[in-house]
Design a protein around this ligand. Sequence first.
Ligand code: GDP
Ligand code: IMO
Ligand code: MG
Length: 422
Amino acid sequence: MPVDILVGTQWGDEGKGKLIDVLTRDVDMVVRFQGGNNAGHTVEIGDEHYVLHLVPSGIFRSNVINVIGNGLVVDVLGLVKEIKEIAERGFSIENIRLSNRAQLIFEYHKRADALKETNAGAKKIGTTKRGIGPAYADKMNRTGIRGIDLTNPVRLEEQFRAEAGKYNRVFAEHNIAPLDIDAEWELVRDAAAFLAGFVCDTVYLVNDAIKSGKKILCEGAQAALLDIDHGTYPFVTSSNTISGGACTGAGIAPQTIRDTWGVIKAYTTRVGEGPFPTELFDDNGELLRKIGHEYGATTGRPRRCGWFDAVAGRYSCMVDGVNKLAVTKLDVLDSFDQIGVCVAYDINGKITKEFPASVEELAAVKPVIEWLPGWKEDISKATTFEQLPQNAKNYLARITELVDSKLSLVSVGPRRDQTFEV
Ligand code: GDP
Ligand code: IMO
Ligand code: MG
């Protein structure tokens, strides 16, 4: 069974891009299976810094096929820009494949996303305004336009003009400027001509690769607590981000899956609105943001920071079925005297280790914090688990035990060589 899955277990930005790049050392194919260019996956190679939004993070290995699967919502103009930038920076784009079943995002989805956020006032989600929600809504409403339509310009134009017209009527009702459909169509037409050559039936491609014994790694975007079913609804994204999403979003069967890597930061961050039990509003929160460079890779927004939340982590590892835990950004904790870990929730006087479904309850949580001693030394040059200070080993052992998972990998810096398996 050659398929492994790698997913985020918190609220995103755990370092998935970095780990996919590292793990593709010996992988034949990387498949993104959900989300869109709301994702920002950073890969650092030497002194070079790359941020990927739609193209899988295996793109920097010349022998790896990179599949944008059927479960994605793909910003047509955004993908063209991203592919061209990759080519300009000297990497081959030949190994990119785009699913004929993937849904497409157009300008009107982005405007609808922004409009919804504006109208929501205090109830806004804090989306990335990339049109993710409206595009998935069109998919479920069965009015979406798909990858396959990029290969048929006549049909694409017909569909695009009809959909854009519908959205323009909604924009008119809200007194916002309509889309210039003719001008936008010209951009879409050119983008479609560029992308058509990348479109194929990725479901057969992936399943044929499985049959012939190739090694496949599925790349999750966002994370379990942003999952549309299992996250902090409604403050979530619009797709199934958990490992199970790989089956629908790549077109693979459950029995083909071997390992599920769960990526977890040694502390917690969140971008956008919604409850965050361990969020810090003090100097420690500011320090985590500063040392961890916690600013969004897609929108540049400062990320909210807090201590490790083992209640949330245990829940995520459970729904994801994580059997390999990868702890990232451990080095960010180097300078702390004491490190907080949330081991339980106090919800209106009731102590629980279960993650509540209700955001009102989650917002009322007082985290029960256990303090662990820091190690107060630079671990960014460690290349084996044994080289870590005892307190760092103890910290890893404790958080791993709390989330009921097996520690398999540690990351102590953004570069490839700052990673070791355990
Ligand atoms: P993703 O969305 O899960 O791929 O994560 P992002 O790329 O949005 O954010 C992770 C950030 O942390 C990026 O800037 C990475 O270069 C960086 N990073 C990844 N792993 C480590 C690590 O172990 N230590 C440090 N200091 N930075 C890391
Ligand atoms: P990666 O893959 C962190 C958040 C947004 C917002 C919510 C809904 O880099 O980890 P959306 O635009 O998806 O409708 O926004 O989800 N969000 C992310 N937060 N990392 C991401 O991706 C995210 N993608 C979406 O901030 O709260
Ligand atoms: Mg990110």
